[in-house]
Write a protein that binds this ligand. Structure first.
Ligand SMILES: Cc1ncc(CO)c(N)n1
Length: 226
């Protein structure tokens, strides 16, 4: 493992979790998304679960906003919470329509086990943990999508049925928000005690692992076993 000691939390956390990122980047789901061969069924599964996910992510961000240690953080995460819900609504209004998911199908589809796990982890951490740890739990959701979006854009076969998804996460608007979340998390980490910093690394790693599991679950079209 690389030694990132003395540098920022984000550099350290990224370095420690690089193998997880590399595993995500090369997953069958993301390879197939890039070359346009991903089955509609798998993407539909992913989108429905992501609509569930984004609402919970928005709630986690709203809790982060409430815990922010300054007004800038309050505004930043209140805005991010709003954007999560706006993106969820665009999934519903645009993606669901173009990929043939009816309101009824969405209403009938509960969270998958992994989506349930990931969202419970985010909401539970947001409620229970101090502000810097909440940010560390939320950071991979932003950062990994930004990196995956750009990576896929760089190798995507276009036109691609999933162009709109790729453009959302490769786009500069999203990346600007991600850089701001990285900066806020690093500022919070710089003031954190060793115990809190340790906790930040634990939740950051867990969120990275859950990101991998979220895509894997969509690839397997996983459902509750009973
Ligand atoms: C599972 C998941 N993680 C992160 C994002 C991006 O915020 C998303 N849309 N879905």
């Amino acid at each position: 493992m690389s030694d990132f000691s003395g540098s920022t939390f984000s550099a350290h956390a990224w370095g420690r979790n690089e193998p997880v990122y590399e595993a995500i980047r090369t997953m069958p789901f993301n390879n197939a998304l890039a070359d346009g061969t991903l089955s509609l069924e798998r993407f539909r599964h992913y989108m429905i679960q992501d609509a569930h996910y984004l609402i919970a992510f928005g709630r986690g961000l709203a809790i982060a906003a409430a815990k922010a240690d300054d007004p800038d953080g309050l505004v930043q995460f209140a805005e991010a919470a709003k954007v999560a819900v706006v993106v969820e609504r665009s999934l519903h209004a645009d993606f669901f329509a173009s990929f043939g998911i009816s309101a009824d199908e969405f209403a009938r589809t509960q969270m998958s086990p992994v989506c349930h796990h990931y969202t419970s982890f985010l909401i539970g951490s947001a409620h229970a943990e101090p502000y810097p740890v909440v940010l560390a739990a939320l950071l991979p959701c932003f950062w990994i999508y930004a990196e995956i979006g750009r990576d896929i854009l760089g190798r995507a076969v276009r036109p691609n049925p999933y162009d709109a998804w790729i453009d959302t996460y490769a786009g500069e608007e999203f990346h600007e928000a991600v850089r701001a979340v990285i900066a806020t998390t690093d500022r919070a980490a710089a003031k954190a005690s060793p115990d809190v910093l340790q906790r930040m690394h634990e939740v950051y790693q867990r969120a990275c692992q859950l990101e991998w599991m979220f895509w894997d679950s969509a690839w397997r079209e996983a459902d509750w076993p009973v």
